[in-house]
Design a protein around this ligand. Structure first.
Ligand code: ATP
Length: 332
């Protein structure tokens, strides 16, 4: 089965085709880069409206070159969570394509797709997943036909917290890579470390980091300490999730997962407890349509398709709302 995936939850307009027979996936993406400040929902939607037709056209042209005139068996799209104005554009494009190409429509949960691309590429059976992205931060584990949220942020996503600090400093979006670059050689200063049970909080640490910078603490020290604190919090809860579920496989998802220090901490923790750790390559960590096409193919193969009339987007779509129909031990 060959599936066209379309992603557009926020900043990344992306289309991909995945062939589950050959395992091949090719992806075309076009990123929104704000002139100043963070992601503005209206500007992001304007970018999405312009870029989505182009990335889809390029992807379909390539699919026709590779596979012939009717290359697509299903259209999958990210249904949420994300920015409503962006999701509506992607949903409309996907519905129109499904009707035009006369193929089924598949509505994919973007956060479950972050998990499933890691599971697909690693070959792990039933891993715990740490999703560390801009708008989200949570641990997922599978039980009884659902991916359960084992722990999550009580306020902002981890990437959004990093981006808010860099905006305060006057650096352009996205902030995460700049924090990583400036953390090199920085010293450690104390910031709030907030883990409550299986949940964590990033808003206090972000405010404290801004205050430290305003008080004259060198920006390299603040960047280094932001990474050490936030990533240690994520690693602590990831370890507890492995321990509580008895799982010895961890996968990473989300754009913050591109950070070497986070991957290093998680790898070290897993090695210390005899668990395996897998982080996809960066193009499959940040938002991308490859993961939508891969999960879309699994769902379509399981008959988990959606009628156009019932395919409304959901900006607050939680991963634990999704019946997992595509695993042997999932719901049907
Ligand atoms: P989601 O909808 O899955 O929450 P998103 O729209 O936030 O995703 P992602 O591509 O998953 O998008 O993540 C973007 C975030 O990743 C931004 O906050 C960005 O600063 C952060 N990021 C990117 N590279 C790095 C890095 N090297 N270190 C830390 N953070 C990074």
């Amino acid at each position: 089965m060959r599936v066209l995936g379309i992603e557009g939850t926020a900043w990344c307009a992306s289309a991909a085709v995945f062939d589950d027979a050959g395992g091949d996936v090719f992806v075309e993406s076009d990123a929104y880069e704000p002139d100043s400040g963070g992601i503005h929902p209206r500007e992001a939607a304007e970018h999405m409206g312009e870029a989505i037709p182009q990335v889809i056209a390029r992807t379909l042209a390539r699919a026709r070159e590779e596979y012939g005139p009717d290359p697509i068996d299903a259209v999958a799209f990210s249904r949420g969570p994300g920015l409503g104005p962006c999701l509506r554009i992607v949903g409309t494009a996907a519905r129109a394509l499904s009707r035009t190409l006369e193929v089924p429509l598949v509505g994919v949960n973007h956060m479950v797709a972050h998990l499933e691309i890691g599971r697909h590429l690693s070959g792990f059976d039933s891993p715990v997943c740490l999703n560390a992205s801009g708008a989200n931060a949570h641990l997922l584990g599978y039980r009884d036909g659902r991916y359960r949220v084992l722990g999550e942020t009580m306020d902002t996503g981890v990437g959004n917290a990093l981006d808010k600090f860099t905006r305060h400093v006057g650096w352009s979006h996205p902030g995460g890579p700049k924090i990583e670059a400036h953390a090199e050689g920085g010293d450690y200063v104390e910031l709030p470390y907030v883990v409550k049970g299986m949940d964590f909080s990033f808003s206090g640490i972000m405010s404290a980091a801004k205050a430290a910078y305003d008080d004259g603490v060198p920006v390299e020290d603040v960047c280094n300490s932001l990474q050490e604190h936030t990533f240690a919090m994520l690693t602590e809860v990831a370890e507890r999730a492995l321990s509580l579920t008895g799982t010895d496989e961890l996968v990473l998802g989300g754009g913050v997962g591109q950070n070497d220090r986070l991957r290093g901490m998680l790898g070290e923790m897993c090695a210390a407890r005899g668990a395996e750790f897998y982080a996809p390559e960066p193009r499959f960590l940040r938002d991308n349509a490859g993961m939508i096409a891969v999960l879309g193919a699994k769902m379509a193969a399981a008959g988990d398709v959606v009628a156009v009339a019932e395919s409304a987007i959901d900006p607050d779509f939680r991963p634990d709302e999704v019946p997992v129909t595509w695993r042997d031990d999932g719901e049907s």
